[in-house]
Design a protein around this ligand. Sequence first.
Ligand SMILES: Nc1ncnc2c1ncn2[C@@H]1O[C@H](COP(=O)(O)OP(=O)(O)OP(=O)(O)O)[C@@H](O)[C@H]1O
Ligand SMILES: [Mg+2]
Length: 325
Amino acid sequence: MSRLQVVSGKGGTGKTTVAAALALALATEGKRALLVEVEGRQGIAQLFETEALPYEERKIAVAPRGGEVYALAIDPERALLDYLQMFYKLGGAGRALKKLGAIDFATTIAPGLRDVLLTGKACEAVRRKDRDGRFAYDYVVMDAPPTGRITRFLNVNDEVAGLARIGPIHNQAQAVMRVLKSPETAVHLVTLLEEMPVQETADGIAELRAAQLPVGRVIVNMVRPAVLDEEDLRLLRDAPRAAVARSLSSVGLGGARRGGTAERLVDPLLAQAGEYAERYALERAQREVLRGLDLSLHELPLLAEGMDLAGLYELATELRQQGIS
Ligand SMILES: Nc1ncnc2c1ncn2[C@@H]1O[C@H](COP(=O)(O)OP(=O)(O)OP(=O)(O)O)[C@@H](O)[C@H]1O
Ligand SMILES: [Mg+2]
């Protein structure tokens, strides 16, 4: 099982939610997972119903049967200062740099540098060991940028190549890439059973593969329960209206008389069934496309009551049952 699990996907498909559920699932039974946010939007804090995360690792949840989830919202500015500090021993000069807007400057002339710092911080957490020589975290789960930007984000080597051919930035990028391109890393993609996100998933996988980044699993989120199956749909399609009306009356819906309420319920009911049949066919087609990607495929239900902490644990349990951790 890869120790760095990166979660990407089309915007709004549930990256943050799935990353959090995955961290809980991986931490289950006495493990320790770090959930990392790189986009600075405090989505994790919101999800766990806590105050905004500072730029330091803190315990955010207890996983089922003992286990801990820590969280970190990486701030690129702080990461840059840490980095300069580490290599150049800047001390107070770092604070002066900050005031001068050097960080804006540095990240503007070298946008890749920002990504090296963000991925670098996550890789550092993956490699970190405690005093006994054990890994500080069993798993690091990253709530990563969306599919459209993920390959570029992770491919920091290419990004900094023109910027630093030698020196500490170059070495840092090399070290990061060694982790990211190894089996220690898996990049998962979250999607919905809809045409656009599925297409984006397929494109994203092709891009990641072309960049030799390790693609992990595909997680279909917000899957609606199947109300009717193929057989039900066939019956409905072929059902004579009169028979439908009779069935409705027989269960006490509308009067038994001709022209009664039951009769008037038939059309809306058949229309709804028609819509459902259409959606069913669409979803089935998208599922087929996803199966064709030849990756481990998982499905998480749409939580009808909306997302809350209890729902998050429910999704974590679901992931474990599907053998994701
Ligand atoms: N399985 C689910 N059931 C119900 N609601 C869900 C589920 N998964 C996610 N949501 C809800 O969908 C919305 C989007 O989820 P989330 O914020 O995790 O997506 P995201 O991909 O991280 O979005 P962004 O691209 O904005 O970062 C949120 O309101 C979340 O609570
Ligand atoms: Mg998000």
